[in-house]
Design a protein around this ligand. Structure first.
Ligand SMILES: [Cu+2]
Length: 180
């Protein structure tokens, strides 16, 4: 079930706090058995050209911008829904489907050390600096209706899924996941 951006922030904050305290609890049900792969289904969605055109780019919905956690998905022109925002450490396969009918989307994965801090961002190109932000991998531009996959091995921590096509990140096309 998809969670809201506010819920994702709460989860991520709790995950980072637990990691910092060295008290990260791993529910038995979430523990990865040897070599097991966790599958995360991702929907890359948008609300169509009218909502995108109406978006105020001076109110970018980015990590670290004031109120970003409160700008929940109903107010965003586009975003990610994932089947689970908390996953066990180890191998994970993201299966991302572009449910848009008119736009390409993509999915990058970034490590997040502080959910209150902005990632390196270029306001001229309206894109994240993927190298400076430490991209771990991506599902490149995916046409409407198409699906791409990405396999990573993730350590406990907080990660962001983000679309880095110009303007998309600023329009709220990202979510946080916690690896425990
Ligand atoms: Cu996008």
């Amino acid at each position: 079930m998809a969670i809201t951006r506010r819920e994702a922030f709460t989860l991520a904050g709790a995950g980072l706090a637990a990691a910092a305290a060295g008290s990260m609890a791993t529910p038995a049900a979430a523990q990865s058995t040897d070599g097991a792969m966790t599958f995360v289904q991702v929907n890359m969605w948008d609300r169509g050209p009218d909502v995108m055109a109406a978006f105020d780019m001076s109110n970018r919905i980015m990590l670290g911008t004031p109120g970003a956690a409160l700008k929940d998905d109903p107010g965003a022109p586009m975003g990610f829904d994932v089947t689970q925002n908390v996953i066990p450490r180890g191998k994970v396969k993201f299966i991302a489907t572009n449910t848009s009918t008119y736009l390409e989307h993509e999915m990058l994965v970034f490590p997040i050390s502080d959910v209150t801090k902005a990632l390196p961002y270029n306001t001229d190109t309206e894109r994240l600096d993927e190298d400076a932000a430490g991209s771990l991998g991506e599902i490149a531009e995916t046409a409407p209706g198409e699906t791409g996959t990405l396999e990573l091995t993730l350590e406990p921590g907080v990660y962001m899924l983000a679309c880095n096509i110009a303007n998309h990140y600023a329009m709220g096309m990202w979510t946080l996941i916690v690896v425990i």
